[in-house]
Design a protein around this ligand. Structure first.
Ligand SMILES: O=C(O)CCC(=O)N[C@@H](CCC(=O)O)C(=O)O
Ligand code: ZN
Length: 324
């Protein structure tokens, strides 16, 4: 099973037995579809959740995690920390869609309770339980990296989003992201219902969403484009120091959110631009019933423009580069 964790996940097959020790000595526990805990034989003080496929059509990170699990099982990659690998939305992966009924990454922090009949709600609940169980037993450092790909091309092919928290992020977080080949960081300034906000706010994990390239079908990804990210993850998993000296990512603060309040929402600037496209002060970006968003700063950049989201959800973020 560990050689092709993804296959078991997509076919909703349960391995028999559901726990064991791999040839590498790594202990494993299958916690349910797409949920696998791996730990070295000795006690460790670092605990990392690695998730992908929270959106079913974002396949590159799913393939990256599949390959990492296989290498941990065979011993090609030694494991020095405890890790929970989560593949989020298997039915959506099979359908090649972002989600079936509702966006799973808007259903965390208990938001799933408001949509009891949606296909993704039980999954959000199960993922929350898995993370809670994992971190309950975790004394020491807690990390969560949630790997995604963007729908649109991006000015920065690999970027991170940090969930809002009251304490500012330590400077070394940006060095750490630089070592993972991340060239831009978007700093959220509001609470949300994303997976990383959940693990950050409810489990005190150092959490980040990583956006790796653009949505492609399974088998069509050029994973060499993310080789440095994968190398960094391998170092983290095997307890090795990350390389120093990578250029610091550029940092952007969210200054506005484009909310789709009704079906009359219009993204005036269109929706075909790359993420982080810049607009000058005064540009009208979006309109809706009784609402409009115009650029208020000298320059703002748009991220995740998507007028097709459901009413009530964010249809884009506006960010401003931080002067450091
Ligand atoms: O390209 C897009 O429009 C969406 C890519 C994506 O799924 N991004 C995540 C970001 C989560 C965060 O804000 O941390 C999402 O929208 O859920
Ligand atoms: Zn995504």
């Amino acid at each position: 099973m560990l050689e092709d964790f993804l296959h078991f996940t997509l076919h909703n097959e349960t391995p028999e037995p559901t726990a064991g020790t791999a040839p590498s000595g790594v202990r494993w526990r299958w916690l349910g579809q797409g949920m696998l805990e791996l730990s070295p034989p000795r006690q460790v003080d670092t605990h990392m959740v690695l998730s992908a496929g929270i959106h079913g059509d974002e396949t590159a990170p799913i393939e990256i995690l599949r390959d990492l699990v296989a290498d941990l099982a065979s011993g090609a990659l030694p494991l020095a920390i405890r890790v929970l690998v989560l593949l989020g939305n298997a039915p959506a992966m099979t359908a090649g869609k972002r989600y079936l009924d509702d966006d799973l990454n808007r259903l965390f922090c208990g938001a799933y309770r408001k949509l009891p009949h949606c296909a993704e709600s039980p999954r959000a609940a199960a993922l929350e339980r898995a993370v809670a169980g994992f971190f309950d037993e975790a004394a020491g450092a807690r990390w969560h990296l949630d790997l995604h790909t963007a729908i649109r091309p991006s000015v920065f092919e690999r970027f991170a989003l940090l969930p809002h928290r009251t304490a500012p992020y330590r400077e070394d977080v940006f060095d750490w992201l630089a070592a993972l080949d991340i060239s831009a960081v978007l700093n959220h300034r509001e609470q949300s219902n994303t997976f990383t906000y959940f693990s950050c706010s409810q489990h005190n994990a150092l959490a980040a969403t990583l956006e790796l390239g653009k949505v492609m079908p399974f088998g069509m990804n050029d994973l060499t484009r993310f080789a440095k990210v994968t190398d960094g993850l391998r170092l983290m998993l095997s307890g090795q120091p990350l390389p120093q000296g990578a250029p610091r990512p550029r940092i952007f603060d969210v200054v506005g959110q484009l909310d789709k309040q009704s079906e009359r929402f219009v993204l005036v600037v269109g929706s075909q631009m790359a993420n982080f496209t810049a607009y000058p002060k005064g540009t009208l970006i979006a309109t809706d019933d009784g609402y409009q968003y115009a650029v208020a700063h000298e320059e703002e950049r748009i991220v995740f423009p998507n007028p097709k989201v459901k009413v009530g959800l964010r249809a884009g973020l506006m960010v401003v580069e931080r002067v450091v």
